[in-house]
Design a protein around this ligand. Structure first.
Ligand code: NAP
Ligand code: MG
Length: 498
């Protein structure tokens, strides 16, 4: 197994791509502007990156449109698109170390996660859509005899993808894989905190045989590049993952421009309901810890609310505390670390602010302090509060950090009502050994995904997305293709009688 020294040596050899990628080549931003991307593990500048603006977005959209109109990709045989995307999946695998390191250095994600989950997972998702795309059939409608109506799926045209920093490569792939497989051109705006892996991906896509202009990457700031994409009159759809607040902005941009389709995967405040009839509390504790402290809690579907039946609450919370104390919070390049930093100094302040709010309104169960300040990195202890009231800020708002809000219940109906009392509806978990309870509660929970006796059940084979202010539209599974295609009816009138 690689050591921290091995990874550091590999990291030193990387020369991050740092310009906008349009029509198959790298270039500076049109106005020469740049911004710094920082390593959250030490607070040091990692790279100066081109700060794409409206002019760059316009160039990227024009290149994407030209590529789409040429038909080189959009009207190529599905088997051809499959072959190219499979090559890209292979290139992701053969460049796995570099891509994993880019996300670790840029996003502060554990190298143990990026190298074994994010990067192989991204290749697998791309492969899945590549393999699916030449197995999709259209429909023939049950018209009256003589007439013939066929229903086909057409690519939309130019898709804008705007993604967050918590899974930089993977979030990009969630959008790109189905969008490209369906024949669209894409302009991707990665998060300003983590633009580097997307730029390398764009280069690999051209190497795989994707025609120039089909995938363009414009790094930059949300209010600049992101807004320009959202308002662009020649973008047909936006596929967005990020906060609810910014998701609402994209709806407004669309309404004030060309009524482009907007698909939103937004935040969450996912509840984890544990009933006393769940016999294996060690399993529950393992999952609960992973559910809130994995990726330092910076996961949209993080199980940030733990609702426990009163009779087992002390027991379960103690098991969670022991496991949290065992987490090794530290340098994400060290394979021995099991929790990394928070993404930015600003986000660290936000998380610490929520911890203060928690202290004022609830009882601190464990954690609560900033760690390793001398490193310059943005580390915080895994933290939990108990006896959290329904009205508490940490019960209602998405923290996006390693903060667990624990409360107890006596009745199943009370637990379900509390879980559903949220403006979000991304995910939920239920732990119980009763099959009938599992089915009853799962059906009553308002969420895009309900995991039973686990947390965050997620796979390319099943749709992922929310209800309520967690957004709409689904990533993953064949259903994701719905966002990137339009159904077209072609009706052939029957032959004239006679
Ligand atoms: P964010 O602030 O909403 O940013 C997401 C993307 O939107 C970034 O590329 C960002 O650019 C851009 N953006 C920001 N302000 C914009 C504006 N005014 N106009 C246009 N674009 C703008 O979210 P984040 O902080 O990166 O990520 C955390 C959020 O994402 C959380 O709420 C989390 O729950 C959610 N999330 C959801 C899912 C899901 O699948 N449901 C998955 C992961 C994360 P900048 O980087 O320049 O700000
Ligand atoms: Mg960064």
């Amino acid at each position: 197994m690689r050591t921290r020294d091995d990874w550091q040596r590999l990291a030193r050899a990387i020369e991050p791509r740092h310009q906008v990628f349009i029509d198959g080549s790298f270039a500076d931003a049109a106005d020469g502007a740049s911004f710094d991307t920082v390593n959250p593990a030490n607070g040091l500048v990692l790279a100066s990156v081109a700060r794409g603006g409206a002019v760059d977005v316009d160039r990227a959209v024009a290149a994407a449109r030209r590529a789409f109109a040429s038909g080189a990709w959009s009207r190529s045989a599905p088997a051809h698109r499959k072959a190219v995307l499979l090559r890209l999946a292979d290139l992701i695998r053969s460049n796995a170390d570099e891509l994993a390191l880019l996300d670790t250095l840029d996003g502060g994600k554990l190298i143990g996660d990026t190298s074994t989950v994010d990067v192989p997972g991204s290749a697998a998702i791309l492969q899945w859509y590549a393999e699916a795309v030449d197995k999709q059939y259209g429909e023939v409608a049950p018209t009256a005899p003589g007439d013939l109506a066929i229903i086909t799926r057409e690519p939309l045209g130019v898709v804008g993808a705007v993604v967050p920093w918590n899974y930089p490569l993977e979030m990009a792939i969630w959008k790109l894989a189905p969008a490209l497989a369906a024949g669209n051109s894409v302009v991707l705006k990665p998060a300003e905190e983590s633009p580097l892996s997307a730029l390398r991906l764009a280069e690999l896509a051209v190497e795989a045989g994707l025609p120039d202009g089909v995938l363009n990457v414009v790094p930059g700031l949300g209010e600049e590049a992101g807004q320009a994409l959202g308002r662009h009159p020649d973008v047909d759809a936006i596929a967005f993952t990020g906060s609810t607040a910014v998701g609402k902005l994209f709806l407004r941009y669309a309404g004030e421009s060309n009524m482009k389709q907007v698909w939103i995967e937004a935040g969450g405040k996912s509840a984890n309901l544990v009933f006393a009839d769940a016999a294996d509390l060690d399993h529950v504790a393992d999952k609960a810890v992973f559910g809130i402290f994995g990726c330092s809690g910076q996961v949209c579907s993080a199980n940030s609310r733990l609702l426990v039946e009163e009779s087992i609450a002390d027991d379960l919370l103690e098991r969670i505390r022991v496991r949290a104390a065992d987490l090794r919070v530290g340098d994400p390049l060290d394979p021995a670390s099991t929790m990394g930093p928070i993404i930015t100094a600003k986000q660290l302040e936000r998380v610490l602010g929520y911890i203060e709010a928690g202290r004022a309104e609830s009882g601190l169960a464990f954690g609560g302090r900033r760690l390793h300040e001398a490193s310059g990195g943005y580390y915080v202890e895994p933290t939990a509060f108990r006896d959290v009231p329904t009205t508490a800020v940490i019960e209602r708002e998405e923290v996006f950090g390693p903060l667990l809000a624990v409360s107890t219940f006596r009745e199943e109906s009370e637990a379900v009502a509390r879980a559903n009392a949220s403006e979000y509806g991304l995910a939920a978990s239920v732990f119980t050994d009763s099959l009938s309870r599992a089915r009853r509660v799962a059906s009553a929970l308002r969420a895009g995904t309900v995991s039973v006796n686990t947390v965050d059940a997620l796979d390319v084979t099943v749709p992922f997305g929310g209800v309520g202010q967690s957004g709409f539209g689904r990533d993953l599974s064949l259903h994701a293709l719905d966002k990137f295609t339009a159904l077209k009816t072609t009706w052939f009138a029957g032959p004239a009688a006679g």
